[in-house]
Write a protein that binds this ligand. Structure first.
Ligand code: AP5
Length: 217
């Protein structure tokens, strides 16, 4: 049976960082709703144009657009062998219900929901110092995990950039939206016995080992 792990947590908690490591370790696919929207924006698709207007304001993209995008990605058997690490989806109870239904169609379910936590001041510091590789999407932080050469990716030498929605005022809005619209999912998954609380305020490697240890159980 396929395995699906949902990474839950506020902006900047370290979901993307951990999702990439988990995907490498478990060989599951990494499905990031934020990355899929950014790909659509870069490719100037209709979905990208619609998503950008919400992302720039720090708001959630409407459920119907988001669910349709994830449904298409999950239904792609080649890019989803054995299950996936879901990073940034679901983000509302309606999305969580849609996910249960979708996975049910493939005889799967959400197996575990690591919930990565960190205080607001840390979230702002982490998003404010984040740099990403244009080619690979590899994530750096100017203080916590700097590249060897400023502005250049260690892996492929590509240019590093900062996300438009990582400006302090947009991050503050994203955090507010997270508390209003996504926090209900903590109880949603706790009641279903899937929630695993993970302390995100430790070095990346320690967060990973806490995660892997918890997932073994
Ligand atoms: P999305 O791209 O999903 O962003 P997010 O959830 O706000 O999360 P982030 O990517 O900001 O943070 P992260 O937790 O992944 O942290 P990271 O590992 O990079 O969504 C963007 C937008 O798209 C949303 O606002 C919305 O508009 C839209 N959207 C996406 N999904 C949607 C959905 N389902 N429904 C509707 N709309 C949706 O780490 C951050 C930084 O900290 C990095 O620099 C990293 O190097 C560093 N770092 C990580 N871990 C540590 C550590 N342990 N110690 C020190 N530094 C660390």
């Amino acid at each position: 049976m396929s395995t699906y792990i949902v990474l839950l947590g506020p902006p900047g908690a370290g979901k993307g960082t951990q999702a990439k490591i988990l995907a490498d370790t478990t060989k599951l696919a990494h499905i990031s709703s934020g990355d899929l929207f950014r790909e659509n924006i870069q490719n100037q698709t209709e979905l990208g144009k619609q998503a950008k207007s919400y992302m720039d304001k720090g708001e959630l993209v409407p459920d119907d657009l988001t669910i349709a995008m994830i449904r298409e990605r999950i239904s792609c058997a080649e890019c989803n062998k054995g299950g996936a690490i879901l990073d940034g989806f679901p983000r509302t109870p309606a999305q969580a219900d849609a996910l249960e239904k979708m996975l049910g169609e493939y005889g799967g379910q959400v197996n575990a929901v690591p919930y990565v936590t960190a205080a607001e001041s840390i979230l702002i510091e982490r998003t404010g110092g984040r740099w990403l590789c244009r080619e690979t999407g590899h994530v750096y932080h100017e203080k916590f995990s700097p590249p060897k050469q400023t502005g250049v990716c260690d892996i492929d030498g590509s240019e590093l950039y900062q996300r438009d929605d990582d400006k302090k005022e947009t991050v503050t809005k994203r955090i507010r939206v997270y508390f209003e619209q996504t926090m209900p999912l903590v109880e949603y998954y706790r009641q279903r016995g899937r929630l695993i609380e993970i302390n995100g305020v430790q070095p990346v490697e320690q967060v990973t080992s806490e995660l892997l240890e918890a997932l073994k159980k």
